[in-house]
Design a protein around this ligand. Sequence first.
Ligand code: AMP
Length: 137
Amino acid sequence: MTIFEKIIEREIPAYIVYEDDDVISFLDISQATKGHTLVVPKKAYKNIYEMPQDLLAKVIVVTQKVSKAVDLAFQPEGLNILNNTNEIAGQTVFHFHIHIIPRYTKNDVGFKFENHMNDLSSDEFKQRAAIIKKNLL
Ligand code: AMP
């Protein structure tokens, strides 16, 4: 049983902000920034690859709803909506979830990606796009 299932089953407490039959949302205990909130399907799937499409769609709709509430509540300058898939990407709870992380300053969260655009030829871009296209299921 994941820690999120324990929250859903009310075995451990959480600061719940939204709940329906399929989806729950509660404050992330780490509060990376003020109002950091998680959106979680009640049924546990390990990661996005395993999520049924209809449930994934419901999670995204709730993510929009809660994001708007967080925006009205705390008036951040913006927010990051993110999912960590697998340990390498920072996943620690293996029950699919989406983070809503309000942003108040440019440096309140550390996540940096570099621009490698100038290292690649257009052929390399084409190859990368083609191999992804080939693998769409
Ligand atoms: P991730 O690292 O993407 O798997 O995110 C897991 C998140 O769950 C982390 O940001 C934790 O702070 C959060 N978390 C772990 N345990 C709890 C809990 N009992 N209540 C609320 N959030 C939790």
